[in-house]
Design a binder for this molecule. Structure first.
Ligand code: ZN
Ligand code: FE
Length: 238
Protein backbone atom coordinates (compact mmCIF):
# COMPACT_ATOMS: atom_id res chain seq x y z
CA UNK A 1 0.00 0.00 0.00
CA UNK A 2 1.45 3.41 -0.91
CA UNK A 3 2.22 5.87 1.85
CA UNK A 4 -0.54 8.42 2.37
CA UNK A 5 0.37 12.00 1.39
CA UNK A 6 -0.99 14.98 3.32
CA UNK A 7 -0.33 18.43 1.84
CA UNK A 8 -0.24 21.17 4.48
CA UNK A 9 -0.44 24.86 3.49
CA UNK A 10 1.93 26.96 5.63
CA UNK A 11 2.85 30.66 5.80
CA UNK A 12 1.50 32.63 2.83
CA UNK A 13 2.29 30.21 0.00
CA UNK A 14 4.49 27.35 1.30
CA UNK A 15 3.67 23.67 1.54
CA UNK A 16 4.82 21.09 4.04
CA UNK A 17 4.09 17.42 3.36
CA UNK A 18 3.44 14.49 5.66
CA UNK A 19 3.82 10.90 4.55
CA UNK A 20 1.95 8.41 6.72
CA UNK A 21 2.23 4.63 6.94
CA UNK A 22 -0.35 2.09 8.11
CA UNK A 23 1.06 2.22 11.67
CA UNK A 24 0.30 5.92 12.03
CA UNK A 25 3.94 6.92 11.76
CA UNK A 26 4.65 10.08 9.80
CA UNK A 27 7.57 11.69 8.01
CA UNK A 28 7.58 15.43 7.42
CA UNK A 29 9.12 17.01 4.35
CA UNK A 30 10.13 20.60 5.09
CA UNK A 31 9.01 22.64 8.07
CA UNK A 32 7.88 26.11 7.04
CA UNK A 33 5.61 26.68 10.07
CA UNK A 34 4.96 24.54 13.15
CA UNK A 35 1.31 25.28 13.98
CA UNK A 36 -0.42 23.85 10.89
CA UNK A 37 1.85 20.77 10.97
CA UNK A 38 1.24 20.15 14.68
CA UNK A 39 -2.49 20.54 14.07
CA UNK A 40 -2.50 17.73 11.50
CA UNK A 41 -0.29 15.48 13.66
CA UNK A 42 -2.62 15.98 16.64
CA UNK A 43 -5.87 15.62 14.69
CA UNK A 44 -4.70 12.36 13.17
CA UNK A 45 -2.86 11.08 16.25
CA UNK A 46 0.33 10.60 14.23
CA UNK A 47 3.83 9.95 15.55
CA UNK A 48 6.49 12.02 13.79
CA UNK A 49 9.44 9.71 13.14
CA UNK A 50 11.51 11.67 10.61
CA UNK A 51 11.98 15.17 9.23
CA UNK A 52 13.43 15.55 5.73
CA UNK A 53 14.76 18.93 4.65
CA UNK A 54 15.18 19.95 0.99
CA UNK A 55 17.27 23.09 1.51
CA UNK A 56 18.31 25.68 4.06
CA UNK A 57 16.01 28.62 3.23
CA UNK A 58 14.19 29.93 6.29
CA UNK A 59 10.73 29.26 4.82
CA UNK A 60 11.55 25.52 4.68
CA UNK A 61 13.14 25.06 8.12
CA UNK A 62 11.81 27.73 10.48
CA UNK A 63 8.96 25.59 11.80
CA UNK A 64 11.38 23.01 13.19
CA UNK A 65 11.75 24.72 16.57
CA UNK A 66 8.03 24.44 17.25
CA UNK A 67 7.77 20.72 16.49
CA UNK A 68 8.35 18.00 19.03
CA UNK A 69 11.79 16.57 18.23
CA UNK A 70 11.75 13.67 15.76
CA UNK A 71 14.13 10.73 16.15
CA UNK A 72 15.61 11.48 12.72
CA UNK A 73 16.35 14.78 10.96
CA UNK A 74 17.76 14.28 7.47
CA UNK A 75 19.36 16.84 5.16
CA UNK A 76 22.14 17.41 2.67
CA UNK A 77 25.72 16.82 3.77
CA UNK A 78 26.74 19.76 1.57
CA UNK A 79 24.31 22.03 3.39
CA UNK A 80 24.77 20.72 6.94
CA UNK A 81 26.62 23.88 8.05
CA UNK A 82 23.54 26.03 7.44
CA UNK A 83 20.71 23.59 8.14
CA UNK A 84 19.31 22.91 11.62
CA UNK A 85 21.17 20.10 13.46
CA UNK A 86 20.86 16.86 11.45
CA UNK A 87 20.98 13.28 12.69
CA UNK A 88 21.71 11.98 9.17
CA UNK A 89 23.45 13.70 6.27
CA UNK A 90 22.90 12.50 2.70
CA UNK A 91 24.16 13.14 -0.82
CA UNK A 92 23.29 12.38 -4.42
CA UNK A 93 22.62 8.69 -5.00
CA UNK A 94 22.20 7.75 -1.33
CA UNK A 95 19.43 5.35 -0.47
CA UNK A 96 17.83 5.19 2.94
CA UNK A 97 14.72 3.76 4.51
CA UNK A 98 11.96 6.02 5.83
CA UNK A 99 8.60 4.65 7.07
CA UNK A 100 9.75 1.26 5.82
CA UNK A 101 10.17 2.53 2.27
CA UNK A 102 13.24 3.19 0.17
CA UNK A 103 14.11 6.85 -0.44
CA UNK A 104 16.57 7.87 -3.14
CA UNK A 105 18.42 11.18 -2.78
CA UNK A 106 19.01 13.46 -5.77
CA UNK A 107 21.23 16.51 -5.72
CA UNK A 108 19.12 19.18 -7.45
CA UNK A 109 21.31 22.23 -6.96
CA UNK A 110 20.47 25.45 -8.77
CA UNK A 111 18.07 27.33 -6.47
CA UNK A 112 20.68 26.78 -3.76
CA UNK A 113 23.86 24.73 -3.70
CA UNK A 114 23.22 21.52 -1.80
CA UNK A 115 19.49 21.48 -2.51
CA UNK A 116 18.26 17.88 -2.54
CA UNK A 117 15.12 16.02 -3.63
CA UNK A 118 13.68 12.91 -1.96
CA UNK A 119 12.23 10.23 -4.24
CA UNK A 120 10.00 7.49 -2.83
CA UNK A 121 9.87 5.08 -5.80
CA UNK A 122 7.46 2.56 -4.29
CA UNK A 123 4.78 5.12 -3.43
CA UNK A 124 5.59 7.36 -6.39
CA UNK A 125 6.37 10.70 -4.77
CA UNK A 126 9.25 13.10 -5.29
CA UNK A 127 9.75 16.04 -2.94
CA UNK A 128 11.46 18.78 -4.90
CA UNK A 129 11.36 21.84 -2.63
CA UNK A 130 12.23 24.89 -4.74
CA UNK A 131 13.96 23.04 -7.61
CA UNK A 132 11.28 21.62 -9.92
CA UNK A 133 8.06 23.44 -9.03
CA UNK A 134 4.52 23.07 -10.35
CA UNK A 135 4.52 24.69 -13.83
CA UNK A 136 7.91 26.29 -13.10
CA UNK A 137 11.23 26.06 -11.28
CA UNK A 138 12.96 27.90 -8.47
CA UNK A 139 14.99 31.03 -8.94
CA UNK A 140 18.73 30.61 -9.38
CA UNK A 141 19.97 32.13 -6.13
CA UNK A 142 23.24 30.23 -5.89
CA UNK A 143 23.53 27.90 -8.84
CA UNK A 144 24.14 28.34 -12.55
CA UNK A 145 21.61 27.70 -15.33
CA UNK A 146 23.68 24.63 -16.20
CA UNK A 147 23.28 23.22 -12.67
CA UNK A 148 19.52 23.77 -12.58
CA UNK A 149 19.13 22.38 -16.11
CA UNK A 150 20.93 19.19 -15.07
CA UNK A 151 18.89 19.00 -11.85
CA UNK A 152 15.64 19.25 -13.80
CA UNK A 153 16.87 16.62 -16.26
CA UNK A 154 17.31 14.12 -13.42
CA UNK A 155 13.81 14.76 -12.11
CA UNK A 156 12.24 14.65 -15.59
CA UNK A 157 13.57 11.12 -16.03
CA UNK A 158 11.62 9.70 -13.06
CA UNK A 159 8.51 7.59 -13.84
CA UNK A 160 5.80 9.70 -15.50
CA UNK A 161 3.20 8.89 -12.85
CA UNK A 162 5.41 10.25 -10.04
CA UNK A 163 3.68 12.96 -8.03
CA UNK A 164 5.83 16.09 -7.81
CA UNK A 165 5.47 17.60 -4.33
CA UNK A 166 7.01 21.06 -4.57
CA UNK A 167 7.39 23.71 -1.91
CA UNK A 168 5.13 26.59 -2.95
CA UNK A 169 1.76 27.53 -4.40
CA UNK A 170 3.24 29.52 -7.30
CA UNK A 171 1.34 27.73 -10.05
CA UNK A 172 -0.95 30.59 -11.09
CA UNK A 173 1.94 33.02 -11.60
CA UNK A 174 4.04 30.31 -13.23
CA UNK A 175 1.17 29.64 -15.62
CA UNK A 176 0.88 33.32 -16.54
CA UNK A 177 4.52 33.27 -17.55
CA UNK A 178 4.17 29.98 -19.44
CA UNK A 179 1.16 31.31 -21.33
CA UNK A 180 3.01 34.51 -22.23
CA UNK A 181 6.07 32.58 -23.40
CA UNK A 182 4.03 30.00 -25.40
CA UNK A 183 0.79 31.80 -26.33
CA UNK A 184 -0.65 29.16 -28.67
CA UNK A 185 0.17 26.08 -26.63
CA UNK A 186 -3.05 24.21 -25.90
CA UNK A 187 -1.54 22.03 -23.14
CA UNK A 188 -0.34 25.15 -21.31
CA UNK A 189 -3.70 26.89 -21.76
CA UNK A 190 -5.54 23.81 -20.45
CA UNK A 191 -3.31 23.70 -17.40
CA UNK A 192 -3.85 27.41 -16.71
CA UNK A 193 -7.61 26.79 -16.79
CA UNK A 194 -7.32 23.77 -14.50
CA UNK A 195 -5.12 25.72 -12.06
CA UNK A 196 -7.69 28.55 -11.97
CA UNK A 197 -10.45 26.02 -11.26
CA UNK A 198 -8.51 24.40 -8.40
CA UNK A 199 -7.55 27.71 -6.82
CA UNK A 200 -11.10 29.08 -7.10
CA UNK A 201 -12.24 25.97 -5.24
CA UNK A 202 -9.67 26.65 -2.53
CA UNK A 203 -7.63 23.57 -3.43
CA UNK A 204 -3.85 23.32 -3.78
CA UNK A 205 -2.46 22.88 -7.29
CA UNK A 206 0.37 20.85 -5.73
CA UNK A 207 1.24 17.99 -6.08
CA UNK A 208 1.23 17.58 -9.85
CA UNK A 209 2.12 14.57 -11.97
CA UNK A 210 5.51 14.44 -13.62
CA UNK A 211 3.73 13.64 -16.90
CA UNK A 212 1.91 16.97 -16.67
CA UNK A 213 5.16 18.79 -15.83
CA UNK A 214 6.98 17.20 -18.75
CA UNK A 215 4.11 18.22 -21.07
CA UNK A 216 3.56 21.78 -19.84
CA UNK A 217 6.43 23.07 -17.67
CA UNK A 218 8.45 25.46 -19.88
CA UNK A 219 11.63 24.79 -17.90
CA UNK A 220 11.36 21.01 -18.31
CA UNK A 221 10.60 21.40 -22.01
CA UNK A 222 13.72 23.52 -22.63
CA UNK A 223 15.86 21.49 -25.00
CA UNK A 224 19.27 22.81 -23.94
CA UNK A 225 21.01 24.94 -21.33
CA UNK A 226 20.92 28.07 -23.50
CA UNK A 227 17.15 28.00 -23.99
CA UNK A 228 16.67 27.14 -20.31
CA UNK A 229 18.86 30.09 -19.27
CA UNK A 230 16.96 32.47 -21.57
CA UNK A 231 13.58 31.35 -20.18
CA UNK A 232 14.76 31.60 -16.57
CA UNK A 233 16.11 35.13 -17.18
CA UNK A 234 12.80 36.16 -18.80
CA UNK A 235 10.84 34.75 -15.86
CA UNK A 236 13.00 36.71 -13.39
CA UNK A 237 11.76 40.00 -14.84
CA UNK A 238 8.23 38.88 -15.83
ZN1 ZN B 1 13.98 28.34 -1.27
FE1 FE C 1 10.94 28.49 -0.64
Amino acid sequence: MPLELITIPCLSDNYAFLLVNAKGEAALIDAPEAAPINAVLAARGLTLTAILLTHHHWDHVEGLDGLSPAPRTIGAKADAHRLPPLSETVQDGDRLTVLGEEVVIYDVSGHTRGHIAFHFPASGYVFTGDSLMAFGCGRLFEGSPEEMFQSLRKLAALPADTLVCSGHEYTTANGEFAAAAFPNDSAIMARCAETARLRAAGQPSVPSSLALENATNPFLRAADVASFAKLRAEKDVF
